[in-house]
Design a protein around this ligand. Structure first.
Ligand code: ZN
Length: 337
């Protein structure tokens, strides 16, 4: 093991402990210092271990607040098993209110399995991979669209590598019961470099979420994230007595490939014509792109190449070539999953 991250938490010790994952960071003002990534361990003895993370992207707030709410509940709840919580996994990005770390530009959800020689963000990923994954049976990494995307509320998971892992994964997704669930291979997202994909490769039943989006806070997203985690804690019998709201029915979707996403071809102002969750047909207008230079020229009309359900849409109006403006999913019919 090469991780240089350390903590005072003894994961085998019964009871509640709070400290940090202490990430060494030698800066101009602190030669031998460390970055504090808040970490809590609730150990109730025999039972499965659930790893809960949020703030992997600093500007996605719904999961961060859902986990902060749960921490107070967990401290007063009798558990069977262990819950490890990191509600601000990329703490430097959280404090900066940015998707990526201001220290090294690292996108934590593109750096798994991590390393010890590529800056603090990769060191966080490596610590999770080397130290926490071996302790973990189930993992939930809570994301939302953040400042750049509006997102349909969705749970994502990769398919399990064994029948046993797939069965645990099905159970996890069923307990979380997001309004929409997508089994993915990571194409169009982070591939194998995300936390949940890496956890899946380590035999963990792992899922991630999108809980809405936008630069502000979606109260519905916070509620959804907290309710899903509560159901997982209750229904996996880690906290059998925990209150949890009844789930809505889950719709199963598949992502359409990135080639079906509408992208910007030029700098300009994006005027969307569709909303997240809307069903669209091939050829339907996704939006208009208004160029900067010649304002007498008509705007460019952007159309969907395929029918589907709008699963995400760009939030900022200001747009550059290559920006993903609207992405599609499609319902999974029985037998096509
Ligand atoms: Zn994210």
């Amino acid at each position: 093991m090469s991780s240089q991250v350390w903590t005072s938490i003894d994961f085998e010790k019964p009871g509640f402990q709070a400290d940090f994952a202490r990430v060494p960071n030698s800066s101009n003002t602190s030669a031998y210092g460390w970055l504090p990534v808040p970490m809590l361990c609730f150990n109730g003895g025999e039972g499965p271990t659930l790893l809960l993370t949020a703030g992997t992207h600093g500007d996605e707030y719904e999961g961060q607040i859902a986990l902060r709410r749960l921490i107070r509940t967990l401290a007063d709840t009798e558990l069977r098993g262990r819950v490890i919580v990191l509600p601000a996994l990329n703490q430097p990005a959280v404090i900066a209110g940015r998707r990526n770390s201001p220290l090294d530009g690292g996108n934590l959800n593109r750096l798994f399995p991590g390393s010890d020689d590529a800056g603090p963000t990769a060191m966080i990923a490596q610590y999770i991979t080397e130290v926490l994954f071996p302790l973990t049976d189930y993992a939930i990494d809570l994301h939302s669209g953040g400042s750049s995307l509006d997102y349909l509320p969705v749970a994502f998971a990769h398919r399990g590598r064994t029948a046993e892992q797939s069965a645990r994964l099905d159970r996890l997704l069923e307990c979380f019961a997001a309004p929409n669930t997508v089994l993915t291979d990571g194409r169009g997202g982070g591939g194998t470099t995300t936390l949940y994909a890496s956890a899946n490769a380590h035999g963990i039943a792992a899922m991630t979420t999108e809980l809405g989006g936008g630069p502000g806070l979606s109260p519905a997203g916070v509620t959804l994230g907290e309710a899903g985690v509560r159901r997982v804690l209750r229904d996996l019998r880690i906290a059998p007595g925990l209150d949890a709201p009844d789930p809505q029915r889950t719709r199963h979707l598949r992502m359409l490939p990135p080639v079906m996403t509408v992208y910007a071809s030029a700098n300009g102002l994006f005027e969307p014509c569709v909303k997240v969750g809307q069903e669209v047909q091939a050829g339907e207008i996704a939006g208009h792109l208004h160029g900067f230079d010649d304002v007498t020229r008509p705007s460019e009309t952007l159309r969907f190449q395929s029918g589907g359900i709008v699963i995400f849409r760009r939030f900022p109006v200001l747009t550059a070539p290559g920006d993903a403006l609207a992405g599609l999913a499609a319902p999974v019919t029985r037998g096509s999953a």
